[in-house]
Design a protein around this ligand. Structure first.
Ligand SMILES: Cc1ncc(C[n+]2csc(CCOP(=O)(O)OP(=O)(O)O)c2C)c(N)n1
Length: 401
């Protein structure tokens, strides 16, 4: 049966609590009900990752976090134009998923996936310059946050929306590659809030029907701005929606890099075999407000405490040290190296100039010859239609005569 796929659940812990809305003294607030004192689960052994790969992912996660800390400071120093978005607590989801992509695969990140951009080859300097709208940034100062990509070298599609529109766009990328004779993996993300939109349905359904290699990571981080998941959907697990589209659904602990990687790797392999999309639900917590302006006062504090104990970087660090895949001295050196790299990038970004005022009217809309979209994977293979002569008359043609 096409719709009988079972949900694969890789988690070693299934947290059992929920957020409820209560009204007290005329004030609406959220409270948590359930068990919050469970011990932190171990990291699940990866079926695929080597020691070296685990250490590399750990390094990306550290760089992801350090860059966001630097961005927060730059914002407070008045250097950032606009807001800053954070993926605090979601570094394993961003970095370990993108790590499963090959060079020829595509990525379309959302605002919390700055770690994925690092893994796909953007230096932290570019991301920081982008937030400061500097002339040397990927959009040359024309956009002051995350709307940038690289369709030439890195195969990164610029985020066009947080609320689902990247899904059909990436399905189109996979379709384009297939028309050029190649099945590739195309990875994008959607939030627990964003997956309630119509375009999520349209995009995933299209990809499923066409068997396009979409790897859709549903970031179930418990909050969509100030709306808890309990008020966003009525199912227990978002992955259970996948069989409704005829695609496999996987649940992972989004704070466990090994689980995220294994699920993403298998989904990418499936994509490259031309077997179609996979939906991966990563359960975790948005550990800051929606963006820097939002203090997240609506989130019950004990929820932060629960997830702080499940910090993806601290857990992975402990795992690597206990496994002796990193000695304490190697770990210290790695952390120092990340710090040095980040500091050099931060200094270069701050030192870079703002765009010249006289260039303000250029480089916003496509100008003649500004870029050429080249075929990446080979010439388009168009199926030859047989010449069937005059088309048959349809019933409508008879009725409407
Ligand atoms: C059409 C549209 N409406 C509203 C917004 C503002 N907005 C951006 S993200 C967001 C909430 C997204 O929540 P979720 O999908 O759960 O992702 P999370 O922020 O939790 O990672 C909203 C309302 C938008 N970007 N586009």
């Amino acid at each position: 049966m096409r719709n009988a796929q079972a949900i694969v659940d890789l988690r070693l812990e299934k947290p059992s609590f929920r957020v409820v809305e209560v009204v007290r003294d005329g004030e609406v607030r959220y409270e948590v009900r359930g068990k919050l004192d469970a011990p932190v689960p171990p990291i699940r052994e990866s079926k695929y990752l080597s020691k070296q790969q685990c250490v590399e992912i750990y390094r990306w996660m550290l760089l992801n976090r350090r860059m966001e800390q630097a961005l927060e400071n730059l914002y407070k120093q008045g250097q950032v134009v606009g807001g800053v978005y954070f993926g605090l607590g979601q570094e394993a989801c961003s970095c370990a998923s993108a790590y499963a992509l090959r060079k020829e695969d595509w990525l379309a990140p959302m605002i919390r996936n700055q770690g994925s951009l690092l893994v796909k080859g953007f230096p932290a300097r570019d991301i920081m310059m982008q937030y400061m709208a500097r002339a040397g940034s990927p959009t040359k100062g024309r956009d002051a946050s995350s709307h940038f990509g690289d369709i030439k070298e890195r195969n990164v599609c610029a985020p066009i929306s947080m609320l689902g529109d990247l899904i059909p766009v990436l399905a189109g990328v996979a379709l384009g590659a297939r028309m050029q004779g190649r099945n590739i993996a195309v990875m994008t993300y959607i939030g627990d809030g964003g997956q309630s939109t119509g375009v999520f349905h349209e995009g995933l359904n299209f990809a499923a029907v066409q068997k396009l290699g979409l790897v859709l990571i549903v970031e179930n981080n418990l909050w969509a701005y100030s709306t808890p998941t309990e008020m966003q959907f009525a199912v227990e697990d978002l992955a259970t929606r996948a069989p409704g589209y005829g695609v496999p659904g996987v649940i992972v602990d989004g704070t466990d890099a090994c689980q995220v990687y294994d699920a993403a790797h298998e989904a990418c392999e499936r994509a490259r075999r031309g077997e179609g999309p996979t939906l991966i639900e990563a359960k975790m917590m948005r550990m800051k407000g929606h963006a820097i302006h939002d203090a997240a006062g609506y989130v019950p504090r004990e929820l932060f405490e629960f997830w702080r104990k499940r910090d993806p970087i601290a857990r992975f660090e402990k795992y690597l040290l206990e496994k002796k895949w990193l000695t304490p001295a190697e770990n210290k050196k790695l952390i120092d190296d990340v710090e040095k790299e980040l500091e050099a990038d931060r200094e270069a970004a701050v030192a870079s100039p703002m765009p010249k005022p006289e260039t303000a009217a250029t480089g916003v809309y496509c100008e003649e010859g500004c870029h050429e979209i080249k075929l990446k994977y080979g010439p388009v293979k168009v199926a030859q239609r047989k010449d069937e002569g005059k088309p048959k008359e349809s019933e409508a043609a008879v009725h409407l005569r």
